[in-house]
Design a protein around this ligand. Structure first.
Ligand code: NAD
Length: 307
C-alpha cells in the first residue's frame, strides 16, 4: 500500500509516519515544506520511506509526486498552525485552501482510495454547547484558521458527493507529545519549567482545554485505516477531561519539581476560546481502551525528551 502523508515532518504527521513505516506492507512518502516541521522528526534509513521537500499548496509539486506514485491513501496533514502564527499570517492560512483542491483533484485523478483530512476543534469556534458533538454542534468558525478547516471539510464532502472520492475527517483537539513545537501550550510550559523561567499564561488562566496524548491520536487513526472504519464520516479526536490552563501550569510545575513562577499576561485579543470539550464517544469505541491521562502523557513526553 502506497501512502502519502503531507505535513509528515510535523508533530502528529511524523508520529503517524513512524508507526506506518514499522509495517513493511506500507510504502510511505512524506511531502513537507518544513515550515514548522523538521527532518529530525522523520525516520532515518528506512527502505519503505521517502521524504519529498515541497509545498502541498503548489499544484506542480503535488502533481508530479501523485502521478508518479499512484497512492492508495493520503493523509493531508499539512497546514499553517499555531494560534499566534495563524493570527499574524491570515493570508498564508487561506492559501491552504489551494492544498485541498490540489490533493483532492489529484486523488481523484490518480485513484486514491481514501483521503484523511486533519481538521480541528477550532471549527466549533466559540462554543455553544458541551460536549461538542460531530453531528449536532453547530460550526461557529470565524477566524481564518478555523474557516479554512471548515472549507477543507466541505471540500472532502463535495468531492465524495460529486466524484465518489472517500474521505475521513479527523477533528483534532489539542494533541501533545514529545515532538510538539513550542507554538503549543504544553511544550511551552514544559520548556519554561525546565529552564526555571516564568510560566506565562494569557488572561486569568480559567480558560479550559482538553489534552490528548499523541499515541491515542495515532492508534485511533491507524485503526480507522486498517479496519476500514469511519469512511465518509467525521470524528472528534481528543480527550474529554477538562483542565484550566492555570491548573495545567501547576501540574507541569509539580511534575517537574520546578522553581518556575506563574505569570499572567494580558488576554489574547482573539483566538483563545473559553472552553472546549469533545464528545469523544466515537473515538473511544474505535480505540477500545481508556485514554492516557494528562499526568502520564506529560511524564512520557519528558521521558522522550531525556532519551
Ligand atoms: P506541525 O506544525 O507539527 O505539523 C504541520 C506540518 O505541515 C509541518 O511539518 C509543516 O512544515 C507542514 N506544512 C505546513 N504547510 C505546508 C505546505 N503548504 N506544504 C507542505 N507541508 C506543509 O503541527 P501538528 O500539530 O502536527 O498538526 C498537524 C495537523 O493537525 C495540521 O493540519 C493541524 O492543523 C492539525 N491539528 C493539530 C492539532 C494539535 O493539537 N496538534 C489540533 C487541531 C488540528
Amino acid at each position: 500500500m502506497n501512502i502519502l502523508v503531507t505535513g509528515g515532518a510535523g508533530n502528529i504527521g511524523s508520529a503517524l509516519v513512524d508507526r506506518l513505516v514499522s509495517d513493511s506492507g506500507y510504502r510511505v512518502f512524506v511531502l513537507d515544506n518544513l515550515l514548522t516541521g523538521s527532518l529530525s522528526k522523520l525516520p532515518q534509513q528506512k527502505d519503505n520511506f521517502t521524504f519529498v521537500k515541497g509545498d502541498a499548496n503548489i499544484d506542480s509539486t503535488v502533481s508530479e509526486l501523485m502521478h508518479s506514485m499512484h497512492f492508495d491513501c493520503v493523509f493531508h496533514y499539512a497546514a499553517v498552525v499555531g494560534v499566534q502564527r495563524t493570527l499574524e499570517n491570515p493570508v498564508m492560512v487561506l492559501n491552504d485552501i489551494n492544498g485541498f483542491r490540489n490533493i483532492l483533484d489529484l486523488s481523484r485523478a490518480t485513484g486514491v482510495k481514501r483521503v484523511f483530512f486533519s481538521s480541528s476543534s477550532e471549527v466549533y469556534g466559540e462554543p455553544v454547547e458541551f460536549p461538542q458533538n460531530e453531528h449536532t454542534t453547530p460550526l461557529n468558525s470565524r477566524l481564518p484558521y478555523a474557516i479554512v478547516k471548515n472549507v477543507g471539510e466541505a471540500f472532502c464532502r463535495s468531492y465524495h458527493k460529486e466524484y465518489g472520492l472517500n474521505y475521513t475527517i479527523l477533528r483534532f483537539f489539542n494533541t501533545y507529545g514529545p515532538r510538539q513545537s513550542e507554538d503549543f501550550v504544553i511544550s511551552r510550559f514544559i520548556q519554561q519549567a525546565i529552564e526555571g523561567k516564568d510560566i506565562t499564561i494569557y488572561g486569568d488562566g480559567k480558560q479550559t482545554r482538553t489534552f490528548c496524548y499523541i499515541d491515542d491520536n495515532i492508534e485511533t487513526t491507524l485503526s480507522c485505516l486498517r479496519n476500514d472504519l469511519l469512511i465518509n464520516d467525521v470524528m472528534n479526536v481528543g480527550s474529554a477531561d477538562e483542565i484550566t490552563i492555570l491548573d495545567l501550569a501547576r501540574l507541569v510545575i509539580r511534575i517537574l519539581n520546578s522553581s518556575s513562577k506563574i505569570k499572567f499576561l494580558p488576554p489574547l485579543k482573539e483566538g483563545d476560546m473559553t472552553r472546549r470539550k469533545p464528545d469523544n464517544s466515537k473515538m473511544l469505541s474505535i480505540l477500545n481502551r481508556p485514554l492516557i491521562s494528562l499526568e502520564e502523557g506529560i511524564k512520557r513526553t519528558l521521558q522522550f525528551r531525556k532519551s
